[in-house]
Design a binder for this molecule. Structure first.
Ligand code: PBG
Ligand code: ZN
Length: 323
């Protein structure tokens, strides 16, 4: 038998930094930003469903990225809101689209920032779905060609990593092939591999103006009852060429993060989504809980579960807290 009480006293080391197993680091954080083509100058517009978060003009986004860099944040994830939408989301692959212009500008003005671009159709289509529509349904295969085109236009603009978020089957393969054919062999793919159909995306729909006009996303996003399926999704994306895989959302899905970490050896990113941000913000604004403590606890839990990287709207708060 192992030694026991009173020889063993767990309280002896309790709270010592020396034995802390998980450490949140500013190096692990990715800040999501919304860039709205309709906003002029250096302005920004508050997002009602996410108090403290904004949509930025392109100029405003440059300023925000500079500030994030000065806080030590190394990477940003960019979402674009175009001035014009159509059925196939053609602004998403416009050479002079909002994201392409924003990426070029940020690359020019900000040193040493890793730019990740969200790669999806929902912000760019009038119907708000993540794929093309035929006969009232989202069709998988015809969408793949468009995703490839978007990837190339983002790479041409200067994106370092593209992040397909639409959960189309075969999207990683289609994007990798297209990028490689165009000579972008060094552009990495961060795949939203296990993305659940979650009510926690609610606030994001206002943030990114990506709400859908009919149906829902259950035809392509995962059922929250399933865990083994997530491992298959991740496995397939790795086989297709994903460099980094994602589990999303994060805090309700720590078991999935932990399973993916145990099963695969690629970098794993967890996306702590809009609903996680808004819940914590609302409760702390009401004085029901302590904002800073809950942020640290929640994000440390995500790392403890096994995430290497965390996409979080709290990135700037944490940067300040860790200073
Ligand atoms: C759309 C997309 C969504 C999010 C990221 N990309 C919403 C959705 O799938 O409906 C959610 C992010 C968040 O809630 O913070 N491809
Ligand atoms: Zn989408």
């Amino acid at each position: 038998m192992d030694e026991m009480f009173p020889t063993v006293r767990m309280r002896r080391l309790r709270g010592l930094k020396l034995i802390q197993e998980t450490r949140l680091s500013i190096d692990d954080l990715i800040l999501p930003l919304f860039i709205d083509e309709n906003i002029e100058g250096r302005n920004k517009k508050p997002i009602n469903s996410m108090p403290g978060q904004y949509r930025f003009s392109i100029e405003g986004a440059v300023k925000e990225v500079l500030e994030a860099r000065s806080l030590g944040i190394k990477s940003v994830l960019l979402f674009g809101i175009p001035a014009r939408k159509d059925a196939i989301g053609s602004e998403a692959f416009n050479k002079d689209g909002v994201i392409q212009r924003a990426v070029r500008k940020i690359k020019k003005e900000v040193e040493d920032v890793i730019i990740i671009t969200d790669l999806c159709l929902c912000e760019y289509t009038t119907h708000g779905h993540c794929g093309l529509i035929e006969n009232g349904r989202v069709v998988n295969d015809p969408t793949l060609g468009v995703l490839g085109r978007i990837a190339v236009s983002q790479a041409e603009a200067g994106a370092d990593i593209v992040a397909p978020s639409g959960m189309m089957d075969g999207m990683v393969k289609a994007i990798r092939e297209k990028l490689d054919n165009e000579g972008f062999t060094d552009i990495a793919i961060m795949s939203y591999a296990a993305k659940y159909n979650s009510a926690l995306y609610g606030p994001f729909r206002e943030a990114a103006d990506s709400g859908y006009k009919f149906g829902d996303r259950s035809g392509y996003q995962m059922d929250f009852s399933n865990a083994r399926e997530a491992l298959r999704e991740v496995e397939l994306d790795i086989q297709e060429g994903a460099d980094i895989v994602m589990v999303k959302p994060a805090i309700f899905y720590l078991d999935i993060i932990s399973k993916v970490r145990a099963s695969f050896n690629v970098p794993l990113v967890a996306y702590s989504v809009s609903g996680e941000y808004s819940m914590i913000t609302a409760a702390s604004e009401n004085g029901y809980l302590n904002r800073e403590e809950v942020i640290m606890e929640g994000l440390t839990a995500i790392k403890r579960a096994g995430a290497d990287l965390i996409i979080t709207y709290f990135a700037k708060d944490i940067a300040t807290l860790l200073k």
